[in-house]
Design a protein around this ligand. Structure first.
Ligand code: AHR
Length: 489
């Protein structure tokens, strides 16, 4: 039976706008994320432009990605940027020690990434190596990319085919220094951040946001140490949080799961709110004026890899459940716009909660892609305080809200509303104090794990949706397990 919920929007509330960059992506040298997913090389039979596969490029261009983080991840702290420049045939073969122990031939390097970012219209966010290269190399990489004087590095860039300096607005000082980035203790990481960021200098007239590699999940000591001892040398601090249905050791499958794993996954995704709240509380103590931003620069679902896929490649299917995780997580970021200025879903293509999957020359768009596409009107919108009176959705030990809602006023003055029905079986009818004509799209499916396959790539995709009016107020009928985004005229 249908359950009733009620939404009351405070039209006079004000909060910092939703930065487009919270819809950012992360693309690591991992599995088939870069190689095959993005880059196939000029000689590939897969249609490409300068080595970038055309189908994926076009799909990502439609998404209008605001920012992409690269090259890792764990890969970043073993990566020597000098391996990835110059004639491809002269680039060294290395081992990708983190991800499958496969050969990294460095065909995709700095020029390829920055050219790809330009083709996407996305801002590049480069993650530097704090774990295993000297500090000066971080500064030199930035100089190579952004230098405009006739220095050795800028001339090298020109000789390698790029005359004009690139803009590199974001630079990550290391990645997961508490783990794969060097197994550092918080204090040591804070000290290293101070040292490395000292040598990271944008040319006059340019700026670079220096991002400190930060805490895993709820490691609040890490944020505490960074904010206490290194806040003056950073512009942003990162946190990473992944959603597993089960545990790190036994994550659970991407499809073919039961209601318990649907509920546990959504419950774990909602934990993002608690984590952001607690990290922000620490930041507020040291930086009450809110100068330092919080970047959730890795988030997303992490399941058992698909049976038969290469171990270490983190290839997983993506279903209606992922659509829910994406929507709920973005809604959480909308509630924390004072600090959360960027977030990067992991990862862009073929890895973890990917927007796009490929198989040879085939490509499909996942439910996550569709949600990100549906959420575009939230970019630059101002979130409005919204009270949601919702029944609970209870599944075994898990209790969740049945309905989750985010409302914001777009740059064009129109309201944007997203509504998520978390229950896999109960429809909801949501009454509101909203007026006007609400049209947009809905994504839903018959099963919790409805997903696209290479044989049936259009099984799940958004459909047109409009709200009803009742007594001059908008009412939203939400089927079970659905995500709706509308704009109101
Ligand atoms: O996204 C996969 C991995 O998850 C990243 O390389 C690392 O930063 C995190 O642990």
């Amino acid at each position: 039976t249908v359950q009733d919920a009620r939404v009351e929007v405070d039209f006079d509330s004000a909060a910092p706008r939703i930065e487009p960059e919270v819809q950012g992506h992360f693309a690591e040298h991992l599995g088939r994320g870069i190689y095959e997913g993005v880059w196939v090389g000029e000689d590939s039979a897969i249609p490409n432009t300068d080595g970038f596969r055309n189908d994926v490029l076009a799909a990502l261009q439609r998404l209008e990605i605001p920012v992409v983080r690269w090259p890792g991840g764990c890969f970043a702290d073993e990566y020597d940027w000098r391996d990835g420049i110059g004639p491809r045939e002269e680039r060294p073969a290395r081992i990708n020690t983190h991800w499958g122990w496969v050969i990294e031939d460095n065909a995709f390097g700095t020029h390829e990434f920055l050219n790809y970012s330009e083709a996407l219209g996305a801002k590049p966010y480069v993650a530097g190596n704090m774990g295993s290269l000297p500090a000066i190399e971080m500064g030199r990489w930035l100089e190579y990319m952004t230098g405009d004087l006739p220095t050795e590095l800028a001339e090298m860039r020109r000789a390698n085919g790029r005359e004009e300096p690139w803009d590199v607005p974001y630079f990550g000082v290391g990645n997961e220094s508490w783990g794969c980035g060097g197994n550092m203790r918080p204090q040591y990481s804070a000290d290293l951040h101070r040292r490395y960021s000292t040598f990271l200098k944008a040319p006059p007239g340019k700026s670079v946001v220096k991002v400190a590699t930060g805490a895993n999940i709820d490691d609040y000591d890490f944020t505490e140490a960074l904010m206490r001892d290194a806040r003056h040398t950073m512009d942003a601090v990162s946190i990473h949080y992944y959603t597993f249905p089960g545990s790190w050791e036994d994550k659970g499958p991407a499809t073919g799961f039961g209601r318990d794993q649907w509920a546990s996954t959504l419950k774990h995704a909602l934990r993002m709110d608690e984590l952001v709240t607690n990290h922000v509380a620490i930041m507020d103590r040291y930086d009450p004026e809110g100068r330092v931003a919080l970047y959730v620069d890795e988030w997303g679902t992490w399941y058992d890899s698909e049976p038969g896929s290469t171990p270490g490649f983190l290839y997983q299917q993506n279903s209606l459940r992922d659509a829910h995780v994406a929507a709920l997580t973005l809604n959480i970021f909308h509630r924390h716009t004072r600090r959360v200025k960027m977030a990067n879903i992991a990862q862009m293509v073929n890895v973890l909660q990917a927007s796009i999957l490929t198989d040879g020359e085939q490509m499909l768009l996942t439910p996550t892609y569709h949600v990100l596409e549906m959420y575009k009107p939230f970019r630059n919108a101002v979130p409005l305080d919204t009270q949601v009176e919702t029944p609970r959705y209870v599944e075994g030990e898990y209790e969740l809200p049945l309905v989750d809602v985010s409302v914001a006023r777009g740059a064009d003055g129109k309201l944007v509303v997203s509504l998520v029905n978390l229950s896999p079986e109960t429809p909801a009818r949501v009454a509101t104090n909203l007026e006007g004509s609400a049209t947009g799209r809905i994504i839903t499916g018959p099963a919790m794990d409805t997903h696209n396959t290479f044989d049936n790539p259009e099984t799940i995709r958004p459909a047109a949706y409009s709200a009803e009016e009742d007594g001059g107020r908008l009412v939203f009928d939400l089927p079970a397990k659905s995500v709706v985004v509308v704009t109101i005229d």
